[in-house]
Write a protein that binds this ligand. Structure first.
Ligand SMILES: Nc1ncnc2c1ncn2[C@@H]1O[C@H](COP(=O)(O)OP(=O)(O)OP(=O)(O)O)[C@@H](O)[C@H]1O
Length: 255
């Protein structure tokens, strides 16, 4: 498929089956580089399933069949030669429940680099500082990098997970309801951080929270029952949606 300028991910006619169940029914959706792209829709409509197709996280589930075309910077994500470790580094993922490793903050952030063979302490130190700064948590933890990441608050843990991912220089960051397990203050901090990150990274985020989508995303895509109903700039989606199903959903008639 030909990619338009600035498009980092293109998905064409993507179907996904869990056994007999068709969870995605032919999704055509492309993402421009950078910015925050929200995926919204009622529970069970396929948002998380779709998100996971982008870095092949569904491959780990038994009995899954995927058809269609997904490209990352013009490369076929489902090519049999695709290295999955590399793919998941290039397309990193943040989950609903923060999942830091049970090690120190420092070891969490340097984990990927060490796995990749980086041993130079100066390089590791610098990566820790840069990544924690980008994840807006440096000031809170800089004097305590040996502390176990599990001893931090949920919101801090989520930002450590994002720093861990940033240290590996991802091209795309997938976020699956990254703040739904957090209190409002921690949610604000994560949202503020995403608003900074979006200048350098492409962030694709599933959210149940319509206010969150309207507050921080640049584009919004509305899913319903395995179909993509509508995708547009967030402003247009919320102020002037075109499809009746979108209008009904945004006005709270279902979901
Ligand atoms: N591992 C699985 N095996 C079988 N069916 C699944 C699996 N994961 C999801 N499904 C089904 O696929 C459909 C889409 O689920 P998915 O989790 O993608 O929806 P969602 O929009 O992200 O929902 P939620 O907002 O509740 O997380 C649902 O009907 C769900 O039950």
């Amino acid at each position: 498929m030909k990619m338009l300028e600035n498009e980092i991910i293109t998905t064409k006619n993507v179907h996904l089956y869990y056994g007999q169940k068709e969870a995605l029914k032919g999704i055509n959706l492309n993402f421009k580089e950078k910015g925050i792209h929200a995926l919204i829709g009622p529970s069970g409509c396929g948002k998380s399933t779709y998100l996971r197709t982008l870095n092949r996280m569904n491959d780990m589930i038994d009995n899954v069949k995927i058809t269609g075309d997904i490209q990352l910077n013009g490369q076929d994500v489902y090519d049999e030669k695709m290295d999955l470790v590399e793919l998941r580094t290039r397309v990193g993922m943040v989950f609903q429940q923060p999942n830091p490793f049970p090690f120190s903050i420092y070891d969490n952030v340097t984990y990927g680099l060490k796995m990749a063979g980086v041993k130079d302490k100066n390089i590791l130190d610098e990566a820790v500082e840069t990544s924690l700064k980008k994840a807006a948590i440096w000031d809170e933890v800089k004097d305590d990098l040996k502390k176990n990441a599990l001893a931090l608050s949920g919101g801090q843990q989520q930002r450590i997970c994002i720093a861990r991912l940033l240290a590996n220089s991802p091209e795309v960051i997938l976020l699956d309801e990254p703040t739904s397990a957090l209190d409002p203050i921690s949610t604000d901090k994560v949202e503020e951080m995403l608003l900074t990150l979006k200048d350098d990274y492409t962030c694709i985020m599933v959210t149940h929270n319509m206010q969150q989508a309207s507050r921080i995303s640049d584009t919004t895509s509305f899913f319903l029952d395995g179909n993509l109903i509508e995708s547009d700039t967030t402003k247009t989606m919320f102020l002037n949606p075109k499809e009746k199903q979108t209008i009904d959903y945004l006005s709270g008639k279902f979901g």
